[in-house]
Design a protein around this ligand. Structure first.
Ligand SMILES: Cc1ncc(C[n+]2csc(CCOP(=O)(O)OP(=O)(O)O)c2C)c(N)n1
Ligand SMILES: [Mg+2]
Length: 702
């Protein structure tokens, strides 16, 4: 026993010894491997081999080569400075006057270069998404490129929502992000995120800047790309290497943008053909989108409508392109559009789509959209043409320039052949307009009707105001019921539908208003309680940076728009849409928006009656030195109508439950005949018969 025990113990010791040896041998092998890799790298002449990101971002192309191509006019006047200083100087030389952002480690050299002598104003935001939206609001209200500067990693990922938003709505912004040093790229360094890669699908263009010398040229290009052609967001990812590197600054810079040459002037032949098509049309509609707004083509749109007599319908971003008081303006079309606008498009024989993209919220079921219409599509982005709807006549060019070319062609045809008589068309449209104005139900619980609040705002607020919205029911009521008198007065997240857009965009617009309109254009935000909570921390900026926005909070204590869909299509199963129930908490709200605003230094008023509402609006109108929030307690069961259920034909638009004015009924009272073409215009009207449009919402679904 003893002997065997001894043997076993010895064996165990031997075994341990041999295990230790194996570990040691493995360690030695590892060290040898690492040394071998290092040796290979040294032989290749670089300490770190390029990562995929570096390779993708053309690091291989030396800056000196690019410099050779872009030799500046004024090299002799070059001034030595760091890349960070060059960035600030280039922004100044580009005429930038306001910048939004938040600092962090990887962008610190740039922030260090911003000082009391810097020519632009810097607005310190509280969240990078908000910095992006503020840049958007600034850009849309002023026509300038919006700029924000954020740090790498989480700062950069936070701003992606705003970048995607700007991309969907074609907003010109330049987003400068910090990035780790070139040698750290691809190593999962602290706060490293591949922001060029992450934003690739949602930017117009992006840069990874690795050499300080490139900075002024890259910024020149970034501003040009963001604001020319179809505007959009450009990301400039600035490595720390470029920020701290030395460079020779000179201005101006020559751009290197081979292949980037947006077509702005239309081809003469297609313009002539467009005039001929308009001459032959007896039911034309001008379907105008955000592209016309970006092109600043209000006057030309008005001239085209006056010349042709055609009605105008707009998408959400184009609200205000011509005044709502203009008799040819039918309002917004589509999911929550007016019956007149949606009806006119559905029955039109010629749709002139101007700077618009046949979005699904506009078209409803695409196959049933404007079924009898030929389509002229004017757009600066050729990729839009024919993307959703087949086009009979494509015109690639800047809307303003295209219309400038088109108007004289139309005039000439009118001289030769007379002006088409559209009176039958207009009598149908006017009938819709008269019979189906935007209407709403009164609350049954003593709260305010949100639609009434919007009407009051429209009536009592300065007509020069810039209106901003969040996303939800309140956004739709704002676009339906505000009477817009000027272009560039309506800022709202259209394509992406970004809750949280409102407050920061309003701050951006307010800073822009101070800069370019002497603060004479007051900024009103109509927000929902849900949307507002997504970026409410920016109240600190509104207060501290003297952006006296007026906030009309339509507080229904619910995610109203989602709840509306649950009411209509999910059997009133209100899953996850109730934000607060007073009966349960016995609190006035969670949060109490008045206290919340006051905590940030802002003034706040809660209103529950019509008299209080009107008084609060009038009071807020008078305040121009600090932000004011009005907490309107509104009806949670209010609904947005008209409504086209998602994916359905626009012919099934519901004016109000049970009333579907555009469903086709042949021979109805409103079936009229186009005297010129002889074609019957079927204008089914629920007033005609007891059959059409009397169904429930479910019955109207296809
Ligand atoms: C960032 C984001 N998350 C979720 C949604 C989905 N969504 C659309 S409208 C809405 C409710 C909006 O509520 P609120 O801001 O209170 O406006 P209301 O509809 O009540 O007027 C939600 C959750 C969205 N559009 N954006
Ligand atoms: Mg709400």
């Amino acid at each position: 026993m003893i002997c065997s025990d001894f043997v076993n113990a010895k064996a165990r010791v031997n075994m341990r010894a041999s295990n230790d040896d194996i570990v040691r041998i493995k360690q030695i092998e590892e060290i040898k491997k690492i040394e071998q890799i290092k040796k290979t790298r040294d032989e290749r002449g670089c300490t770190v081999s390029p990562t995929p990101l570096q390779a993708f971002s053309s690091i291989a192309r030396p800056a000196s080569e690019q410099r050779k191509q872009a030799k500046s006019h004024s090299d002799s006047n070059a001034e030595q400075m760091t890349g960070a200083q060059a960035l600030v100087r280039a922004l100044e030389d580009l005429g930038v006057q306001d910048v939004f952002g938040i600092p962090g480690g990887a962008i610190l050299p740039v922030y260090d270069a911003i000082n009391d002598d810097t020519k632009f104003r810097f607005v310190l935001m509280r969240h990078e998404q908000a910095a992006g939206h503020a840049a958007e609001g600034y850009a849309l209200s002023t026509g300038k490129v919006g700029v924000c500067i954020v740090t790498s990693g989480p700062g950069a990922t936070n701003v992606i929502t705003a970048i995607a938003d700007a991309n969907m709505d074609s907003v010109p912004i330049v987003v400068i992000t910090g990035q780790v040093g070139v040698d750290s790229i691809g190593t999962d360094a602290f706060q490293e995120a591949d922001i060029v890669g992450a934003t690739y699908p949602v930017v117009k263009h992006s840069y990874l800047v690795t050499d300080a010398q490139d900075i002024p040229r890259v910024l020149t290009e970034a501003f040009h790309v963001a604001s020319s052609g179809r505007p959009g967001p450009v990301v400039v990812d600035m490595t720390k290497t470029a920020q701290v590197g030395q460079m020779q600054y000179s201005w101006p810079q020559r751009m290197i943008l081979p292949g980037y040459n947006p077509t702005t002037k239309p081809h003469g032949r297609v313009v002539k053909e467009a005039a001929r098509m308009l001459q032959r049309s007896y039911r034309p509609v001008l379907y105008v989108g955000g592209g016309a707004m970006r092109s600043d083509a209000s006057e030309e749109i008005k001239a085209l409508a006056d010349l042709t007599g055609a009605p105008i319908v707009t998408t959400l971003p184009a609200r205000g392109i011509i005044p709502d008081s203009d008799p040819k303006m039918l309002g917004m079309l589509g999911m929550h559009g007016t019956i007149a606008a949606t009806g006119a498009v559905q029955r039109s024989d010629l749709l002139v789509a101007i700077g618009t993209r046949f979005d699904d919220r506009v078209t409803g079921k695409l196959a049933a959209f404007a079924p009898g219409a030929r389509v002229i599509h004017i757009d600066i982005d050729p990729a839009e043409i024919g993307k959703n709807r087949a086009v009979d006549l494509p015109i690639v060019g800047d809307v303003k320039e295209v219309l400038h070319a088109l108007l004289p062609e139309i005039e000439q045809l009118h001289e030769e052949h007379g002006t088409p008589n559209l009176s039958t068309w207009w009598s149908l449209i006017d009938d819709w307009r008269k019979t189906y104005p935007i209407a709403y139900d009164e609350p049954d619980d003593g709260t305010l009707a949100p639609q009434w609040v919007v009407e009051q705002l429209s009536e009592l607020v300065d007509p020069n105001a810039i209106w901003v919205s969040g996303v939800g029911q309140h956004q739709m009521w704002a676009t339906q019921l505000l009477k817009f008198e000027h272009p560039h007065s309506w800022l709202s997240s259209g394509g992406l539908g970004t809750m949280g857009y409102g407050l920061p965009a309003a701050i951006g617009a307010s800073i822009g208003s101070q800069r370019f309109f002497d603060g004479k254009r007051p900024v009103w935000l109509i927000d929902g309680d849900g949307s507002f909570q997504m970026t409410s921390e920016e109240l600190a900026v509104a207060f501290l940076d003297h952006a006296p926005v007026k906030i009309a909070l339509l507080n229904n204590s619910v995610y109203g728009m989602v709840r509306q869909w649950q009411t209509l299509f999910f059997n009133k199963h209100y899953s996850a849409t109730i934000l607060h129930e007073e009966e349960q908490t016995h609190l006035v709200g969670v949060p109490d928006f008045v206290k919340l605003a006051e905590a940030y230094g802002c003034e706040a008023i809660r209103v529950t009656t019509k008299e209080e509402a009107q008084a609060a609006i009038k009071y807020a109108n008078e305040v121009d030195d600090h932000p004011v929030l009005i907490d309107f307690r509104v009806w949670k069961d209010a609904m947005v109508f008209p409504m086209v259920p998602a994916g359905e034909s626009n012919n099934n638009v519901i004016y109000k439950p049970g009333v579907c004015p555009l469903q086709r009924v042949s021979g109805g009272k409103h079936a009229v005949t186009d005297t010129a073409s002889g074609a019957a215009i079927d204008t089914a009207n629920t007033a005609d018969t007891g059959t059409a449009g009397t169904g429930t919402v479910e019955e109207t679904n296809e």
